[in-house]
Every structure is written in C-alpha cells, then in structure tokens.
Design a binder for this molecule. Structure first.
Ligand code: KG4
Ligand code: ZN
Length: 347
C-alpha cells in the first residue's frame, strides 16, 4: 500500500510517499525559514499563506516519483495537529480534496505520534537500527519537548513534558537575545563547539530526575539577566562560552531525565525525535550517558527527526493497512487536552 502523507502544522510544507515497511519513496519539504527569519520566529498568518502557495507544487513533486502519480496512491494521511490552526487547515483541506476527488481512504495523524514513529522509516533503501517495543523517546523540537513510553504504535504514554518553553524554542529565543538570528538552535550549536561551558556557567533547570518534567524559561531569563546590562558578549570567545554554557544546561537535563525514564521503567532503549536531535551536544552526551547506563541509544537520520511528511505517511500507513478510515467530515483537529491526561492519542 502506497500512502501520500501531508504535513503543514508549522513552518514546513511537506508531502511524501511511503510504501509498505516504512520505505520512503519520496519526501519533499518546502521550508519557510526565509519568510519568518525577519520576525525572529514563526508568524502564524504568514505560515498559513506560505502553505497555500506551496502545498500543490510540493504534493505534485512528491507524486512525481511514482510512475502513474496519484493513480499509484492507495491512501492519504494528513497531520491533524497539534500545530498552528491556519497552517493545519491548508494540509487538511488539500488531503480531503484529494481523497474526495479520487475516492481514496484518508486518516488524520497526530503530529507527535508521527515524530515518535519516525525511527522506523527506511530511507535510501537503508534500514538504520530500529528499537523493539517498548522504548523511551525524547521528543525535542521547536514546539514540543516531552518524554514518552512507546509500548506499541498505538499505545503511547506521556511520561513528562515541558511546563513552559520547548527546548528548541528556548534555543531560538536565546539565539535572538544573543543577536544570532533565527533559528538560533543550529547557530548556538555551532558556536558552542568552540566554547567552554565552565567559563560562563548557568544553572541546570529543574535538574531533579525524580520529576521528569522540564522548564526552560528560567534558564533563558538567567541568560537574559546576565546580558541585560552590557548586551551579548562582543568577544567571540566569550560568546562561544555563553552558548556552550546554555547548551550544556539544556542538554544535561534532557539527557539525564530521558535516561532516568529508561531506568525507572526498566526499558533500556532511548530514541531521539524532533529537530533538536540535530544538536551535536545532545547526541554526544546522549550516547555517553546511555553507554554508561546500559541503555541503547537510537538516533534516526536528521531527515526523520525534523518536520517531514514521510513520518506522517508512515503513521497513517499503519492505520490504513489495518483497514481504518476517518470520515471526510471529521474535524481533524486534535486537542492538546487529550495529551495532558497522560496517554496521548495514537490515532
Ligand atoms: O522538529 P523541527 O524541525 O520543527 C518543529 O519545531 O516542529 O524543530 C525545529 C527546532 C528549532 O527550534 C531549531 O532551533 C531546533 O529545532 N534545532 C536545533 C538544532 N537544529 C535545529 N536546536 C539545537 N541545536 C541544533 N543543532
Ligand atoms: Zn514537529
């Protein structure tokens, strides 16, 4: 079964085709970085408008990988949320239109579930190592930061989550404070590699590993207070040291709590998901602590960690191939309250 996935929850317009076994046939992404960069963050109205221009060409390009295009598609999967409402509606309407016009089955997919299952995607014919169930997953992106226990494709429990900013959001806000532009995450990561965290130490936010929730806004304020009088360090080494200190504090709590979740639940498998998985410090420290605690560490290829439609197609494929379908008149918007109760919606 070949499934067309559509993703438009934030600032990437994406479409992909995924075949049985999670094999990625095409994976197309139109990024909106340039649209939002002047504002230092994603502007919801502009995101929705950019999705409107991008959605048709992106879907066309994803389908161009198939000999007969849309005729070779057996079902459609679309991100239903969470995300920016105006942005989501563009993808949902595109998916519904295609499903209706071709009488194809459609399912609406939770964006977070799609992230958590992206580790199973097979890209370029290469199957990277995949975990067995259950596993612990750390999902850290610009919009979400949480730890989950993934017991099966459709049995996922929220273990802990941020109480305020997402980790990627904290990177981006600090990048803005330091005058590094948007998105701050990759730039801080690069500078941190040349810095020494010990020369500009910052506190570890909510470090206790008995509680598996996160909080990053206090760390951001601590850094803001440090630079409020003199502004960001003019000396390149001092700037790199400050980036290293901030990154160290974020990475340390992400890794410590994720590994603590593995230990507390007796599950020696940790999977990374979300755009912050690109962070070199997080990968290095994650590998180090996992090795020392006997936990296997799975880091999917970056294309599977950041927002993409292949993960949406895969999560939808699992449901469609079980014969599940969603009605075309479905609201197709998942409420965050569903997640806050503990279990997250797996469909
Ligand atoms: O998953 P993603 O592509 O989009 C969503 O937010 O859903 O993640 C983007 C986030 C941004 O906040 C970006 O700054 C962060 O991931 N990010 C990084 C790095 N690369 C991307 N954060 C830290 N270090 C990086 N190398
Ligand atoms: Zn995402």
């Amino acid at each position: 079964m070949r499934v067309l996935g559509i993703e438009s929850s934030c600032d990437e317009t994406a479409a992909a085709v995924v075949d049985d076994g999670g094999v990625v046939i095409s994976d197309v992404i139109a990024s909106q970085f340039a649209v939002h960069a002047p504002y230092g963050g994603v502007v919801p109205e502009l995101a929705a408008r950019a999705h409107l221009s991008n959605i048709a060409p992106v879907v066309q390009q994803a389908l161009a990988a198939l000999p007969r295009g849309l005729d070779d598609i057996d079902g459609i999967a679309v991100t239903r949320g969470p995300g920016l409402l105006g942005a989501l509606l563009v993808g949902v309407c595109a998916g519904k239109s295609l499903a209706w016009s071709r009488n194809l089955p459609i399912v609406f997919v939770d964006h977070l579930v799609a992230h958590l299952l992206a580790v199973f995607l097979v890209r370029d014919g290469m199957q990277s190592e995949v975990p067995e169930f259950p596993f612990i997953a750390l999902l850290a992106s610009g919009g979400h930061t949480a730890i989950y226990e993934v017991r099966a494709h459709d049995d996922i429990e929220l273990v802990g989550q941020t109480r305020d900013d997402a980790a990627g959001e904290a990177f981006d806000k600090v990048g803005k404070l330091l005058g590094l532009g948007y998105p701050g995450g990759p730039r801080i990561d690069k500078l941190a590699a040349q810095g020494d965290a010990r020369r500009a130490p910052l506190p570890l936010p909510m470090p206790s590993t008995t509680r598996l929730d996160f909080s990053f806004s206090g760390l951001k304020s601590a850094l803001a207070r440090r630079i409020e009088v003199d502004g960001p360090p003019a000396d390149p080494q001092a700037l790199a040291d400050l980036c290293a200190a901030f990154q160290h504090s974020v990475v340390e709590v992400l890794v410590q709590k994720s590994v603590a979740a593995c230990t507390q639940r007796g599950i020696p498998r940790l999977v990374l998901a979300g755009g912050v998985a690109a962070n070199a410090g997080l990968r290095r420290r994650g590998a180090e602590l996992c090795t020392s605690r006997g936990v296997r560490f799975f880091v999917p290829p970056l294309a599977s960690c950041t927002d993409n439609a292949a993960m949406v197609a895969y999560a939808g494929h699992l449901r469609l191939s079980r014969g599940e379908r969603d009605p075309l008149d479905a609201m197709a918007y998942s409420k965050s309250a569903d997640r806050l109760r503990g279990k997250i919606l797996a469909r």
